[in-house]
Design a protein around this ligand. Structure first.
Ligand code: ZN
Length: 60
């Protein structure tokens, strides 16, 4: 197995880690009800995902 010949310097490690950053979640308007929701998730207010009802949301 290939093994690194030299220890990576603090500088090189920090340069690499500088590229790692937390990403924010994408919020968009639901096409069904218009409420803001996270993309690629079931809408919390109407329970729709990809144009169909997938979960039943209890009205209060
Ligand atoms: Zn919705």
């Amino acid at each position: 197995m290939a093994v690194p010949k030299r220890k990576k310097s603090k500088s090189k490690t920090r340069m690499r880690r500088a590229q790692l950053k937390a990403h924010t979640t994408t919020i968009k308007a639901c096409p069904q009800c218009g409420a803001s929701q996270q993309s690629h998730r079931v809408c919390p207010s109407c329970g729709y995902y990809r144009g169909r009802q997938v979960v039943t949301v209890l009205a209060d």
